[in-house]
Design a protein around this ligand. Structure first.
Ligand code: 5RP
Length: 276
């Protein structure tokens, strides 16, 4: 592997422990203004320094992230469908490699829809992106998207992850599921998990813990962080599990402690405002 490729990958998967906390804020590319991500700048700002990397589209990067940021960028370059459109799997590559280089992307991200109507097209997209990325030393994160109906079992996800790796993806993002260790075992590149729909904070921490225990290299998490009532405390708790080997209880206690403290500070400042 070339130096540039290794260097960029080391910004995504930390070399010390081979783990990663990627913050996903790319949801708008097919969902529009998702709840609590309506104003991306406000959502991203407080979380930026706690993420190992940030996954987003060029539009949100340009408009909503300060260019002085040191957080490595995972640029979502696939798109072309919407939640109300004909078929979510009908994606193409929407951002050129030159643009990704201009934006100083450390990694390129693209969805594949194995088993869908547009399977061939999305796998062709991945192959093309890997060819381009290899030319310039930029790794590719393949997202094994499941569309609206596909099952999330280890047989299906194992198939999708393995195909992504065979086509040259450097990292694969998928979903946790029963027998997830089989998915990881069958995939020769690092596997990270999406958080999926918002869960209770403790459950999201349990999901993170279980995925790591089953061999995942980390998370690419969105809604379970920024839809939490205390997003900063939540990303810190996720980090504690991924990077400091906290148990779920320890991480949740840390989350709850920080939440209580934040609430106390809020109350204090509300009281102050009233007394002035
Ligand atoms: C959508 C994505 C999201 O980035 C991914 O699903 C992670 O976000 P969340 O944790 O909210 O599921 O790739 O296709």
């Amino acid at each position: 592997m070339d130096w540039g490729m290794k260097n960029r990958l080391s910004k995504i998967i930390k070399p010390g422990n081979s783990r990663c906390v990627m913050l996903a804020v790319d949801h708008g590319y097919f969902l529009g203004p998702t709840e609590r991500l309506e104003n991306p700048r406000e959502t991203i700002g407080p979380l930026l320094n706690y993420a190992d990397s940030l996954m987003l589209t060029r539009g949100v990067l340009r408009t909503s992230v300060i260019p002085e940021s040191n957080t490595p960028i995972v640029l979502r370059v696939s798109g072309g469908s919407s939640i109300i459109g004909e078929d979510l799997s009908k994606e193409t590559i929407v951002t050129s490699i030159e643009e990704a280089i201009k934006l100083n992307a450390s990694c390129l991200a693209l969805s594949i829809f194995v088993g869908s109507k547009y399977e061939f097209q999305t796998l062709k997209n991945l192959s093309k992106l890997v060819n381009e990325g290899e030319k310039y030393g930029i790794p590719v994160l393949a997202v094994t998207a499941v569309g609206k109906e596909m099952a999330r079992d280890s047989r299906y996800l194992g198939l999708a992850c393995r195909i992504a790796a065979e086509l040259g993806a450097h990292v694969v993002k998928t979903y946790h599921c029963p027998d997830f260790d089989n998915v990881v075992e069958g995939c020769p590149v690092p596997v990270i998990i999406a958080g999926g729909k918002k869960l209770a904070e403790r459950d999201a921490l349990q999901l993170t813990f279980d995925a790591l225990k089953d061999g995942a290299s980390g998370v690419d998490m969105g809604r379970n962080i920024w839809q939490s009532d205390n997003p900063v405390a939540m990303i810190k708790a996720v980090r504690a599990i991924v990077h400091e080997n906290f148990t779920v209880k320890e991480a949740f206690d840390q989350y709850s402690g920080t939440s209580v403290m934040t609430e106390a500070i809020r109350k204090k400042s509300r009281n102050k405002t009233v007394s002035i």
